[in-house]
Structure formats: structure tokens, C-alpha cells
Design a protein around this ligand. Structure first.
Ligand code: FES
Ligand code: ZN
Ligand code: ZN
Length: 319
């Protein structure tokens, strides 16, 4: 197996491109794909202050590393979910990465700041764990980006994630979600700009990037995600990809090119008429936002105001 660029020994084959790469040209390929996504969708300006949502897994550490390599100024943001040892280990991976590169990792620990954890929250709210988790993380990511004055919030969603979400939303015709499934969501009242610069790379590639770069990431899946439909959609798409290399790519990018605009009006409707949450001020259709209701049902509390540099709910763990 030879590298398509230099004819040296290749370490990875990428079947959808019908190409093999050596270590250096694979890194170059990853940087090129991220740059292409950023340029094509106007995700990040060179002077932007970037906040990366970091879980300690391969995708978030890979994109943080790639953004730094590409010269962006990017801090990390970690949310402690209170999922036992899984949360402890994931935080240690995120913190070790930040420390090894002298980067800033901001942290909110949900049990410490809000008095609940994801297992309790999901039971109390009668939501699937991943739903309570996603709701909590989205709320805290948005708050951290806005309160910290960041220009853009980066998440580590890769091509497999986006294709699986698209597959699920299409199977069930969740048209309002289809209208919102874009690699960039612009800033608007109460929401930061959100971007997904990894959409041109698969999770196999982000894992290979971390391994070859010596980035120690958390390999284990979240224990609460067992039975999650998103994982079964990923498996189904992986089976299709084996027989038809490039299927995920053409499914997702074909949707963006040809279909997503047809669903935009429904997503826009969903975003209209929001007002500030009575408890926390985040945008919500009316009354108290879903996050504050979850905190309440789980027997938690709003955080005590602590006068730290970036607002009441954050602690700086690395600088
Ligand atoms: Fe969110 Fe597992 S990481 S439920
Ligand atoms: Zn090469
Ligand atoms: Zn609220």
C-alpha cells in the first residue's frame, strides 16, 4: 500500500477517495478537509475567539488539535455529566490534552454546580439518558460561549454522526430538524454561532488522527448510550458503506446541496417567538426553559453566583 502523494509506505486507506496516505500526508489530508469545511461554510474567521466543546473522546480532541495546528485561537469547554467513572476518565483525558499543549480548558461539573447528574436527571424527567444529556450540554455550551464572549462554538460532529442523524431524521421525517441540520448555525438572539468543522472526516479518520498524533483519548462509549438508536443508524450506514464506499458522504453532502433548503422554512418557524427563560434568561418558547425544568425535576438547583472571570458557572481548570 503506497501513499497517493509521495509513494512512501501508507498507513491508512480511505476507500471513499480510493486513496492511501503515509502519516504526514494523512495529517495534511485531515488539515485540508477541515480547512475546506471552514472555508466553504465560512465557519471561522482567523481573528475569532473559538470555544471547542470537548468530551475527552477522539473527535473533540482531534478538532481541537487541528484548529490549533491551523493557527486558530481555541479554548476547550468540558461538561462533567456525573456518569461515574466514565465522567472522571473523560475529564482526565480532556485535561491532560489541554495541559500537554498549554491550552485553556474551562469546566462545568453538573453535579457540583447544578446538584444533579445525568442518570438522575433522565429518570426524573422521564427522558432517555442521551436526551437529558444532550439538552444539558447544549444549554451549557451555549451559555459558556455567550458568557465567555466567544465568536464561535465548535463541536466535534463528524461525517458518521451527521449521516446517522440525517438518516434518523429522514426515516421519521422530522422536517423541523432536517431544516436545522447544517454544518453552520449563525448566531442569533441568545444563541452563539455553532459550527462543525469535522463533517468532511469520518470517525475512523479522527481515531486514526489521534492514534498517529499520540493523542490519548477516551475510547469507551458512554455506558448510558447502550441501545441508543443513533448507534444502530450508524451501524446500518456502516454496512451500506462497506458495499458502497462513499455512500455516507454522498447521502449527507447531497442532502446539504439539494434538499436542506426545502426544510429551512419549518426550522425558521421553530426559532421565532422565543422569549427569555424566567429562571435563567436563555431563549425558550415560553415560561421556563427545558433545561431549568430538567434541573427542577431532578431535584437540582441553579448555580451559586461565584465571581470568576468568565461568569458565575465556570471554573478555570487549566490555563
Ligand atoms: Fe451523554 Fe452519555 S455522553 S448520555
Ligand atoms: Zn506520503
Ligand atoms: Zn432556563
Amino acid at each position: 500500500m503506497k501513499c497517493v502523494t509521495c509513494r512512501g509506505p501508507a498507513v491508512i486507506d480511505i476507500r471513499r477517495q480510493n486513496a492511501n496516505y503515509c502519516v504526514d500526508h494523512f495529517f495534511e489530508q485531515c488539515r485540508r478537509q477541515v480547512t475546506k469545511a471552514i472555508d466553504e461554510w465560512k465557519m471561522i474567521e482567523p481573528s475569532d475567539r473559538v470555544l471547542v466543546a470537548v468530551s475527552g473522546g477522539k473527535d473533540s480532541l482531534a478538532i481541537w488539535d487541528l484548529l490549533i495546528e491551523l493557527g486558530y485561537q481555541a479554548d476547550g469547554f468540558y461538561v462533567g455529566l456525573g456518569i461515574g467513572e466514565y465522567s472522571e476518565v473523560s475529564h482526565s483525558h480532556a485535561a491532560a490534552f489541554a495541559e500537554s499543549r498549554g491550552l485553556t480548558l474551562l469546566t462545568v461539573d453538573i453535579p457540583t454546580s447544578y446538584g444533579y447528574d445525568i442518570p438522575t436527571g433522565s429518570r426524573a424527567a422521564r427522558r432517555a439518558p442521551c436526551s437529558a444529556c444532550g439538552l444539558s450540554k447544549r444549554h451549557l455550551f451555549d451559555a459558556a460561549a455567550l458568557e465567555g464572549g466567544y465568536d464561535v462554538l465548535v463541536t466535534g460532529h463528524n461525517l458518521d454522526d451527521e449521516a446517522a442523524v440525517l438518516f434518523g431524521n429522514t426515516l421519521h421525517w422530522h422536517t423541523e430538524y432536517l431544516g436545522r441540520q447544517l454544518p453552520v448555525l449563525p448566531a442569533r438572539d441568545g444563541f452563539p454561532k455553532k459550527v462543525k468543522p469535522l463533517v468532511r472526516l469520518t470517525e475512523r479518520e479522527t481515531a486514526a488522527y489521534c492514534l498517529l498524533k499520540g493523542i490519548d483519548y477516551l475510547v469507551d462509549e458512554c455506558p448510558m448510550a447502550v441501545g441508543n438508536r443513533h448507534l444502530s443508524y450508524k451501524e446500518a450506514l456502516n454496512d451500506i458503506e462497506v458495499k458502497s464506499p462513499g455512500a455516507k458522504h454522498s447521502f449527507y453532502f447531497g442532502f446539504l446541496d439539494r434538499a436542506s433548503k426545502h426544510f429551512a422554512p419549518e426550522a425558521d418557524e421553530d426559532r421565532e417567538g422565543l422569549e427569555p427563560c424566567l429562571t435563567c434568561g436563555a431563549p425558550t418558547p415560553s415560561g421556563t426553559c427545558a433545561f431549568c425544568r430538567l434541573v427542577d425535576r431532578a431535584g437540582g438547583h441553579q448555580p451559586e453566583p461565584v465571581p470568576v472571570e468568565l461568569g458565575a458557572i465556570r471554573t478555570r481548570t487549566t490555563s
